[in-house]
Design a protein around this ligand. Structure first.
Ligand code: HEC
Length: 138
């Protein structure tokens, strides 16, 4: 038993950290599901502007889920999520109390602001908040 204790000291923190990283990664899934929808019409999506195969209109977040997640976590998008629930991304999408949303850019005329709506089964703002909270855990 004591023979393994040194190993446990090394392994346990690693498991805890990788578990947190995994949860944080999963929390991005519903956020990505909203973002990757085609922009315009009644959609809450960003695809066609920030989410696209190549830079187009506005800041380019990337094309795939992994591109966009790393844009926010380790790339130029870090400034947009800094402050988590009070970040520029949170404010742009309407998560900050008293700050009206400005994205998707042409909403509500062409595009739809993110919302929580039990009737429609939408939890877009809650999902965004949960993911942003996970970035400010450490
Ligand atoms: C029609 C194209 C278009 C769509 C759709 C769109 N955006 Fe934007 N977005 C822009 C442009 C262009 C800017 C640069 C500022 C401006 O001109 O309004 C911008 C700016 C931003 C910013 C920066 C705000 C700041 O503080 O600098 C964020 C964050 C953002 N958009 C998030 C989103 C998200 C998330 C979506 C999807 C839910 C989205 N946008 C949908 C075009 C778009």
């Amino acid at each position: 038993m004591t023979r393994f204790s040194r190993l446990e000291v090394l392994v346990i923190p690693f498991l805890v950290l990788s578990g947190a990283a995994h949860a944080q990664n999963d929390l991005f899934d519903p956020v990505w599901a909203a973002m990757t929808q085609d922009a315009g019409g009644g959609s809450p999506g960003c695809r066609g502007c920030h989410v696209a195969p190549q830079p187009g209109f506005g800041r380019w977040f990337g094309d795939t889920r992994d591109d966009v997640l790393s844009y926010f976590l380790d790339g130029p998008g870090a400034v947009l999520v800094a402050g988590c629930r009070d970040s520029r991304l949170a404010a742009a999408l309407g998560l900050v109390d008293g700050v009206p949303p400005i994205m998707p850019r042409d909403a509500p005329i062409d595009g739809r602001f993110w919302m929580d709506c039990p009737v429609a089964g939408l939890t877009e703002l809650t999902d965004l908040g949960n993911w942003l909270d996970s970035l400010c855990v450490f």
